[in-house]
Design a protein around this ligand. Structure first.
Ligand SMILES: [Zn+2]
Length: 286
């Protein structure tokens, strides 16, 4: 049973908005691309889980936890018969070579070994369970989800699951025979929602990023709002004005969570494309 669904990560929402509203450095473009492909990989993993995991197992996605001062994140967690399986999902878009304990991309970049990352998460979870007086076995896996990315010299490792093995692995999880209510309750209560990590984000201020209404499809700012419809003058697509305004509000809030959003601020954010009366009504509803 799906207990906690996956949401688009806040940092990805921020980077998507910034990609439209400012020019990103090469490094930040790479970061944005990695976030995007990571999230796509996780969504693909969820499809496998939906299809193959026995119904009695409990699934919690995208958990953000803390033990003492250390934050740790779990891409997917499945509870099956007094055992917790956690998954670190990797969606590499390029062929990789495994050589001397290192995963190396085509361009020669050494990727941080996902098994090291997995090991840290597993240790943090074991300590977290102990601290919360919960007794469960823990199994931890790295899953290479992209079936199109070749891993040359792929090592056999009991904690690595390749895309072609995933359905079999999930099908073979033991069904739950007892309810893990206390565990699920503690996990949900301790999950840190809307976790944002500022260290990888570019610097941005309200004054320096582009304002205006961007098309939801092609991200062009050449848009026109007329009554109930937003028209894109670049790609020709349309959207209901209601949805456009909701997007504008959500984007502002994700970029500037500390700032008060009132009619005047929103009017300026939309580059005065929508009347103040209408924005006032919209904000009252939000
Ligand atoms: Zn467009």
């Amino acid at each position: 049973m799906l207990i906690k669904e996956r949401n688009e990560p806040i940092n990805l929402k921020i980077m998507t908005a910034l990609n439209t509203r400012m020019s990103l450095s090469k490094e930040h473009q790479r970061y944005y691309h990695n976030l995007k492909s990571g999230y796509e990989g996780e969504c693909l993993f969820d499809q496998y889980v939906k299809e193959y995991v026995p119904l009695s197992c409990d699934i919690l996605n995208d958990l953000q936890l803390k033990i003492y001062t250390t934050d740790f994140q779990i891409d997917a967690l499945i509870i099956h018969d007094q055992t917790i399986s956690i998954y670190e999902i990797k969606n590499y878009q390029t062929d990789i070579t495994y050589h001397h304990n290192n995963f190396i991309t085509k361009s020669g970049t050494i990727i941080t070994n996902p098994l090291g990352q997995l090991n840290r998460t597993e240790t943090a979870l074991r300590n977290w369970l102990k601290l919360n007086r919960l007794t469960y076995e823990v199994e931890a896996y790295v899953c290479f989800i992209n079936p199109e990315a070749m891993i040359y010299g792929a090592p056999y490792h009991p904690n690595i699951i390749y895309a072609c093995q995933l359905s079999r692995h999930l099908k073979n999880l033991n069904p739950n025979t007892s309810k893990a209510e206390q565990l699920m309750k503690t996990l949900m209560e301790n999950h840190i929602a809307d976790f944002r990590s500022g260290k990888d984000l570019p610097d941005y201020q309200k004054e320096t990023i582009k304002k205006g209404v961007a098309c939801r499809y092609c991200h062009s700012f050449e848009t026109k709002i007329k009554d109930r419809t937003t028209y894109c003058l670049t790609c020709g697509q349309t959207e209901s004005t209601q949805e456009t305004m909701n997007r504008q509000i959500a984007e502002f809030q994700v970029l500037f969570p500390e700032e008060l959003l009132d009619t005047a601020v929103l009017h300026d954010w939309c580059k005065k494309q929508v009347s103040k009366q209408r924005l006032y009504r919209q904000l009252a509803k939000a």
